[in-house]
Design a protein around this ligand. Structure first.
Ligand code: GDP
Ligand code: IMO
Ligand code: MG
Length: 428
């Protein structure tokens, strides 16, 4: 019966991986609907830390069938590296299924990602350099290579030839790089065909059949609302739709089957890469949040930019995704502060905005209007019920709930599976 979507409400790294993981054995299928190995999810199970880049976090629960949906761009080298890493640590990856329609990241996509960034200079996006944008561009441009193509060598060669005719012009004439041989790419893909074959499936059929049988399916989005190519801070975004609408497209599940859309939101805000970020801190406080929160990217190791909670963004994310619940993560990181500012609106050139400004230029000028909340000194990492939280922490959560567009159902007080307070069950 239930199909749930898990969506990042800010700029990523909110703790989506941990959220899927805590749903645990109540879930039968976890599908990744978008993105690729640009993601980075850290999941801590009994003190053991797992870092996932391409596979959904559900893979750590033995009873779950993990699925890579049609909306994902798959780097086969990264896929098999991750499978080997997990197998070597005792995880079972044999149930993994991959959509025949997912697109493949080719080595030339990674080259183009890096040179495009260099050519953008000061306007660079700060991508992860994993070839994500160029792979999605080829998908939209209808010159992409799909998973199913590598099982028909002659089709694969034709498609690679078609793509390279255009890419080589770009690489050689614009970017002054060497041209890429068709055979080099064909061989690169064919090398993985035998290992990949048993995993390939019509994943839309698989997931819809599972829902018909009353199984629980979670769509675990990569990235986040503010990185969405339509709804995010364009052009400083990723090239997929990490919002709830993208999750249904990227899984092949119809929107009428979705029961819950769960927004994951940090008790403060972080961002990796370039682009506007109204509540960003440039002083010691930013360094404090970065240190206390361990805010260093899993994927590229880059320090995350840090700032206060932004309720304008939360309201916006709640609206464009249709959130039914929030999971508020990392509340424990704020313990010890005297006062906690929360952005409730923006001042854009002297005009108050309670909602996201219509134009991106206005968003670049947005100055946060803060409301301040009293902090708490107690360590809350052992809290397991809402009443275990100090009064000021409770007030902070209730204030965020009131201004963020929907109820806060789960509160994270530490990285481990056990460190969560459940106010409303996500699966009922
Ligand atoms: P994702 O990309 O959304 O899955 O998030 P990441 O895994 O990139 O970043 C979230 C980080 O916060 C990880 O290191 C998690 O282990 C950690 N984390 C998640 N929830 C909590 C929490 O409630 N408290 C603390 N202290 N850490 C958390
Ligand atoms: P998870 O799933 C945070 C950011 C990059 C860059 C922009 C575009 O762990 O939340 P891309 O390589 O996708 O073309 O980069 O998006 N970005 C992320 N930031 N968390 C992520 O994933 C991200 N995936 C991409 O830093 O600014
Ligand atoms: Mg992450």
């Amino acid at each position: 019966m239930p199909a749930l979507v898990v969506v990042g409400a800010q700029w990523g790294d909110e703790g989506k991986g941990k959220t899927t993981d805590i749903l645990g054995t109540s879930v039968d299928y976890v599908v990744k609907p978008n993105g690729g190995n640009n993601a980075g999810h850290t999941v801590v199970v009994g003190g053991e830390k797992y870092e996932l880049k391409l596979l959904p976090a559900g893979i750590l629960t033995p009873t779950v069938t993990p699925v890579i949906g049609n909306g994902v761009v798959v780097n086969l080298e990264a896929l098999f590296d991750e499978i080997e890493m997990l197998e070597s640590r005792g995880a079972d990856t044999s149930k993994l299924r991959i959509s025949a329609n997912a697109h493949l990241v080719a080595p030339y996509h990674q080259v183009i990602d890096k040179v495009t960034e260099r050519f953008l200079g000061k306007r660079a996006i700060g991508t992860t350099g994993r070839g994500i944008g160029p792979t999605y561009s080829d998908k939209a441009g209808r010159i992409g290579i799909r998973v199913q193509d590598i099982f028909d060598e002659s089709i694969l060669r034709q498609k690679v030839e078609g793509a390279l005719r255009q890419k080589n012009e770009l690489l050689v004439k614009v970017y002054n790089r060497r041209s890429v041989e068709v055979e080099e790419i064909v061989e690169y893909f064919l090398e993985y065909a035998d290992r990949l074959a048993p995993m390939v499936a019509d994943t839309s059929l698989l997931l819809n059949n599972a829902l018909d049988e009353g199984k629980v399916v979670v769509m675990e989005g990569g990235q986040a609302t503010m990185l969405d190519v339509d709804h995010g801070t364009y052009p400083f975004v990723t090239s997929s739709n990490p919002t709830a609408g993208g999750a249904v497209v990227g899984s092949g599940i119809g929107p009428t089957r979705i029961n819950r859309v769960i927004g994951i939101v940090k008790a403060y805000t972080t961002r990796v890469g370039s682009g506007p970020f109204p509540t960003e801190l440039f002083d010691d406080m930013g360094v404090y949040l970065q240190t206390q929160g361990g805010e260093f990217g899993v994927n590229t190791g880059r320090p995350r930019r840090c700032g206060w909670y932004d309720a304008v963004i939360a309201r916006y994310a709640s609206r464009v995704n249709g959130f039914t619940d929030y999971v508020l993560t990392k509340l424990d990181v704020l313990s010890g502060l005297d006062r906690i500012p929360v952005c409730v609106a923006y001042d854009v050139d002297g005009v108050r905005h309670d909602e996201m400004p219509v134009s991106q230029s206005d968003f670049h000028h947005a100055k946060p209007i803060f409301e301040h909340f009293d902090g708490w000194k107690e360590d809350i990492t052992g809290a397991r019920t809402f009443e275990d939280l100090p009064e000021n922490a409770q007030k902070y959560v209730l204030a965020l709930e009131q201004m963020s567009g929907c109820r806060i159902s789960v509160i994270g007080v530490g990285p481990d599976r056990e460190q969560s307070i459940v106010r409303h069950e996500l699966l009922d």
